[in-house]
Design a protein around this ligand. Structure first.
Ligand SMILES: Cc1cc2nc3c(=O)[nH]c(=O)nc-3n(C[C@H](O)[C@H](O)[C@H](O)COP(=O)(O)O)c2cc1C
Length: 174
């Protein structure tokens, strides 16, 4: 790994959802590194109930855009990763969603640290959208489509927003 990789705190503050990408491919080694980061996320009793479907084929991207109402960022993203939860693996019902979210955030941060941009697009809990993804990607019954990640080099830069809010912090009791 390069010594130029950003520190963790800057990475957290700099990550933004990017919906327009440059026409520039992503080295498969970087995609692999991002998937590895996802698999290092914490999960309920370390069940790791995730699967990742990586796709970059134009016709698949087009299909997905038709199935998902808010997946505009896919139009220009060179890579898309669908994160799925495995109900046979999760610690108990309701855990795969939490575990997959932790994996996704790890991936978004890893991508940012590696100079890439991302956008998280939810699939769960829209049952109709979930059904379309399950059918299109021929997922087994126990594997549930959870979210999409658009991945690439952003064509736009987004500023760090101001988000710290004292009112959201409560000490000892509400
Ligand atoms: C559960 C979840 C679902 C999201 N779904 C979409 C989506 O369908 N389409 C999209 O463009 N962005 C989606 N986003 C990205 C949010 O819009 C974005 O995180 C939010 O506006 C804050 O901006 P930031 O990511 O740049 O900090 C989603 C984010 C989360 C966490």
């Amino acid at each position: 790994m390069s010594a130029e990789i950003k520190n963790t705190i800057d990475t957290i503050y700099d990550r933004r959802s990017i919906r327009k990408y440059l026409d520039k491919s992503v080295n498969p080694d970087l995609v692999q590194e991002i998937l590895r980061a996802g698999m290092f996320a914490p999960s309920g009793i370390n069940k790791q109930p995730w699967h990742f479907v990586v796709f970059d084929k134009k016709e698949m991207v087009q299909k997905v855009k038709e199935m998902h109402p808010y997946a505009s960022s896919l139009a220009t993203a060179p890579v898309c990763i669908m994160v799925c939860g495995d109900t046979n693996l999760e610690m108990a019902p309701g855990f795969y969603q939490v575990d997959c979210s932790a994996a996704i955030e790890n991936m978004l941060l890893a991508a940012n640290a590696l100079g890439l941009d991302t956008c998280w697009m939810g699939i769960y809990p829209w049952t109709e959208v979930m059904d379309s993804f399950s059918k299109t990607f021929e997922l087994p019954q126990n594997v549930k489509p959870f979210a999409l990640i658009a991945l690439g080099y952003g064509a736009v830069k987004a500023e760090r927003p101001k988000r710290f809010d004292e009112n959201k912090i409560h000490y000892n009791k509400w």
